[in-house]
Design a protein around this ligand. Structure first.
Ligand SMILES: Cc1cc2nc3c(=O)[nH]c(=O)nc-3n(C[C@H](O)[C@H](O)[C@H](O)COP(=O)(O)O)c2cc1C
Length: 338
């Protein structure tokens, strides 16, 4: 082991301990992409795979966890979306399988969800888009925090990874493990965040073109062709309908989303829809649009969610090679710093 690798092992020791894996790299859950094959490949390569439950019902999640376990004896987690109408049942499925880590995404958890997760014995990882929320989540029982900047693929907040890291890490990284996500494509960036106090990192975009990823060949091809500037956030059409922006590759889907927003805004105006239901409809829209692109390969009218690090995805390659390269780059960067 080189001096750089030894330093890296020390730097992300806390993250490795927390996750129970060799490298403190979470494979960020990606709906339709982070299923048994990619998740087990990430965990088998020493990272930490996370199943994206997305819109799955409890039976589907049950099968996915079982099938992932059949492919790896290493730890992996499950990502649940807070606004899923069957959140409690999904937590029960995780409990049944003694899932060690549950990642809660999609806004502040509804009452009782944190307690229910903690009662299963699982460690809870939560997203914090601001320091005050990170502290609130810590007080409520989160065991680790993910801070994700707007460079990321999928649903995004308004603040960049570099600013979030500066605003949050110095104040809480001694109290709780923090994983940094959004825009990470090389190990040098991993080394930098570890030096700022992160316990580890979370990457999504970089794993989409892994050989083990079941994403359609068209989806992978679109990633390989794209550069950072092609991954753009969706635009909010109507101030009355607050939609969380989604970062995806530019294509015809943008027009469809505009039409969908217009339709929902009209229903809100006509009082045919409550705001919570409107937002759920938007989420269903995204789940369907992403499925069309990932599963069916319709990269024209489907949503090709991708982060700005897409420009650093240049070929299809085995998950183990992706992780090895990131680790070597991070180790070399730390070694250079002396
Ligand atoms: C195609 C795609 C789908 C995603 N789906 C989800 C999801 O279902 N739940 C979630 O919490 N995050 C989701 N994300 C975000 C990732 O988990 C991860 O945090 C993000 O990709 C990290 O930023 P990066 O893309 O710059 O590496 C998705 C990202 C992508 C690219």
């Amino acid at each position: 082991m080189s001096a750089g690798h030894v330093r890296l092992a020390q730097k992300w020791h806390r993250g490795r301990e927390f996750l129970g894996c060799e490298h403190a790299i979470l494979g960020g859950a990606m709906s339709w992409v982070s299923e048994r094959n990619l998740v087990s490949a990430i965990s088998n390569a020493g990272g930490f795979g996370v199943i994206a439950c997305g819109a799955m019902n409890p039976e589907l999640l049950d099968t996915e966890i079982r099938e992932t376990r059949a492919r790896t004896d290493k730890p992996f987690g499950v990502n649940l979306i807070t606004m899923h109408p069957q959140l409690s049942e999904l937590i029960d499925v995780c409990a049944k399988h003694e899932v060690g880590h549950i990642v809660l995404a999609g806004g502040l958890p509804p009452g009782g969800a944190i307690e229910r997760i903690k009662a299963t014995g699982a460690r809870l990882i939560a997203f914090a888009p601001a320091l005050s929320l990170a502290k609130k989540l810590m007080r409520s029982g989160a065991d680790a925090i993910v801070i994700e900047g707007m460079e990321a693929g999928g649903h995004i907040g308004p603040v960049s990874t570099s600013v979030l890291a500066q605003e949050i890490l110095p104040y809480i990284c001694r109290d709780i493990p923090v994983f940094v996500a959004g825009g990470i494509g090389r190990g040098e960036a991993i080394a930098a965040f570890l030096e700022m106090g992160a316990a580890g990192v979370q990457l999504g975009t970089k794993f989409v073109c892994a050989t083990e990823s079941i994403a359609h060949a068209n989806f992978k091809r679109a990633f390989i062709r794209a550069s950072a500037r092609d991954a753009v956030p969706s635009v909010q059409l109507d101030a009355r309908l607050p939609v969380i922006p989604v970062r995806a590759l530019k294509n015809k889907e943008t027009e469809r989303f505009t039409a969908k927003q217009r339709e929902i805004a009209e229903h809100l105006d006509g009082k045919k829809l409550e705001m919570a239901e409107a937002q759920l409809q938007i989420e269903h829209y995204w789940a369907g649009a992403l499925r069309r692109a990932v599963v069916d390969g319709d990269v024209e009218t489907g949503s090709v969610m991708a982060g700005q690090s897409v420009g650093m995805v240049t070929r299809e390659e085995p998950t183990a090679d992706i992780i090895r390269e990131l680790v070597d780059e991070a180790a070399a960067a730390l070694a250079r710093r002396g």
